[in-house]
Design a protein around this ligand. Structure first.
Ligand SMILES: NC(=O)c1ccc[n+]([C@@H]2O[C@H](COP(=O)([O-])OP(=O)(O)OC[C@H]3O[C@@H](n4cnc5c(N)ncnc54)[C@H](O)[C@@H]3O)[C@@H](O)[C@H]2O)c1
Length: 289
């Protein structure tokens, strides 16, 4: 479980552990990793922490060896460790930052897959789950390194699925949308979400690490034995939602910010009418002018 100290990775580690897996948490943050493993052990999970950087091959090899030494086998690899990007505009982006994002989000999963699959192959099979992102399908401005790294991870997934099929190793990708990880940070935090954050999702809420963990648990199980090489989007419907003006969200936003639900309805109906005069009048009222 790479990046298992906190966030989505910690939730996946806890879920797989509850289902009986012995878990190796690998993370660059030694303190957080030790703390997470203590928490897993307190829940009765047989867990081990290995500190390291997914982008360093020596660390990856050390982790795979530690897993085999401690537990005698390796059945599931979850490539979850990932980093975001500063969001610098394209003309100001630094090569060093591009290289680090690609190293952690793409080279790391490649190295882990290569070394873990060798052990899996010797023992008759296994499963590799790569945590990508809905950014493989859509972008906000100024996210080139992150989106490209996750797009590469998707291609790596199908390449590995084909190469490793003869060894009975399945390889799948999971692409989460907006997942609020606050409750899985160290220390845990309270989610700071508004109802607008939830409402813009067709599923009616922002995702939780537990949602991703449940999907990973299924994909890692024998029940998913006919699934390999593909990507699963888990985003509460955000990727398939057409981006027209969402009147319901606008109404809700106006009600939230003005505290006036009657005015919110007025503005929504004005927008729906397409009549600029009515929209202007509603806005005038909203601004109190
Ligand atoms: N949270 C979201 O909304 C979301 C959405 C889509 C995809 N994802 C992906 O899910 C994965 C987990 O995201 P999260 O939100 O839980 O992140 P997070 O920052 O909460 O946790 C990431 C963990 O990975 C570890 N890590 C970072 N770099 C590492 C490295 N080089 N080597 C080893 N460990 C390293 C961190 O120390 C941390 O414990 C990432 O790959 C991320 O891109 C997250």
């Amino acid at each position: 479980m790479t990046g298992g100290a906190r966030g989505i990775g910690a939730a996946i580690a806890a879920r797989l552990g509850r289902e009986g897996a012995r878990v190796v948490v690998f993370d660059i943050d030694g303190k957080a990793g030790e703390e997470r493993v203590e928490m897993l052990r307190a829940e009765g999970v047989d867990a081990l922490f290995v500190q390291g950087d997914v982008a360093r091959e020596a660390d990856v090899v050390r982790c795979v060896n530690a897993a085999v030494e401690a537990f005698g086998r390796l059945d599931v690899l979850v490539n979850n460790a990932g980093i975001g990007f500063s969001g610098r505009p394209i003309f100001e982006q630094m090569l060093e930052e591009w290289e680090r994002v690609i190293a952690v989000n793409l080279t790391g999963p490649y190295l882990f897959a290569k070394h873990a699959a060798k052990v899996m192959a010797e023992r008759g099979g296994g499963v590799i789950v790569n945590i990508a992102s809905t950014r493989v399908l859509q972008s906000e401005p100024n996210t080139e390194p992150y989106s490209a790294s996750k797009g590469g991870l998707l291609a790596l997934t199908h390449a590995l699925a084909v190469s490793l099929a003869p060894y009975r190793i399945r390889v799948v990708a999971v692409s989460p949308g907006w997942i609020d990880t606050s409750e899985w940070q160290l220390p845990p935090r309270k989610p700071q979400l508004t109802h607008l954050d939830h409402e813009q999702h067709p599923a009616g809420r922002v995702g939780r690490p537990e949602d991703v963990a449940a999907l990973v648990a299924f994909l890692a199980s024998d029940e998913a034995g006919f699934i390999t090489g593909v990507n699963f989007v888990i985003d509460g419907g955000m990727t398939v939602k057409m981006l027209y003006l969402d009147e319901a969200v606008i109404e809700s936003a106006v009600a939230t910010f003005t505290g006036d639900s009657e005015l919110a309805g007025l503005l929504r109906r004005a927008l729906a009418s397409g009549d600029p005069g009515r929209v202007k009048e509603a806005l005038r009222r909203a601004l109190g002018t």
